[in-house]
Design a protein around this ligand. Structure first.
Ligand SMILES: *Cc1c(COP(=O)(O)O)cnc(C)c1O
Length: 228
């Protein structure tokens, strides 16, 4: 039987190999374990295998897990990576350490206002729509600069970088192009904001292409926890 610890170690080897293939340091790419829909015991199994960064997509589910694990596992870093409605921002502001999917001024403003004083600033990535599908969330590339300026002026948020989900397709050339486009935007923005160090792209199916195109954080769910 393959355990969560085995699959974590396989995912880490894939990161190491992908990094080596493009002459990058594996330590420059962090592994975010996406535990959405999976039980708390799976998170604990990954934790015991050394994993500390976890990603959740659903506000309520995330809050429940964070609250349940807070006392015994205080060094888990929690990342919110799902779509967020403005009436749910308070839960993210109060519980999570990172938020990857900011795509509107209003959401940024609310997260800032609702971040408790007792916590460090919320680490924020702007989600960019790099895909050809209209349904995908995120700001268009030409709106990134304006949103970045807004976020950079909010004291309870720290602008860390960009996040994207590519077109769901078997066309790896298209995905490669989309990742490469995001990397160009990222490099431009990084020149203006020294706090930027995170390019959140790559999932179980496309992590190798994402790493070849500059990803610094891959978000891996099914390859670690199994199919959902
Ligand atoms: C579910 C999800 C992931 C993980 O996807 P897998 O294909 O299971 O690795 C990564 N990022 C986001 C935004 C997700 O919603």
């Amino acid at each position: 039987m393959t355990t969560i610890a085995d699959r974590l170690s396989i995912a880490q080897s894939r990161i190491n190999q992908a990094a080596q293939n493009c002459s990058r340091l594996p330590s420059d790419i962090s592994l975010l374990a996406v535990s959405k829909t999976k039980p708390i015991n799976d998170i604990i199994a990954a934790y015991e295998a050394g994993q500390r960064q976890f990603g959740e997509n659903y506000v309520q589910e995330g809050e429940t897990k964070i609250t349940a694990l807070a006392a015994d596992y205080p060094d888990i870093e929690w990342h919110f990576i799902g779509p967020l409605q403005s009436n749910k921002t308070k839960i993210v502001a109060e519980h999570f350490d990172w938020m990857h999917t900011v795509s509107r001024d209003k959401i940024a403003q609310r997260l800032n206002d609702q971040r408790p004083d007792s916590k460090l600033p919320l680490n924020v990535c702007i989600q960019v729509n790099i895909s050809q599908e209209d349904s995908k969330s995120g700001v268009d590339a030409n709106q990134v600069a304006t949103l970045a300026l807004t976020i950079s002026q909010l004291p309870n948020l720290t602008l860390r970088g960009l996040m994207a989900i590519p077109t769901a397709t078997d066309n790896t050339q298209l995905q490669q192009q989309e990742f490469a486009n995001l990397k160009v935007l990222y490099d431009q923005l990084k020149l203006q904001y020294p706090s930027i160090d995170t390019l959140s792209m790559g999932m179980s199916g496309d992590m190798d292409i994402a790493i070849a195109n500059g990803s610094t954080m891959v978000r891996i769910g099914s390859a670690i926890f199994g199919e959902r």
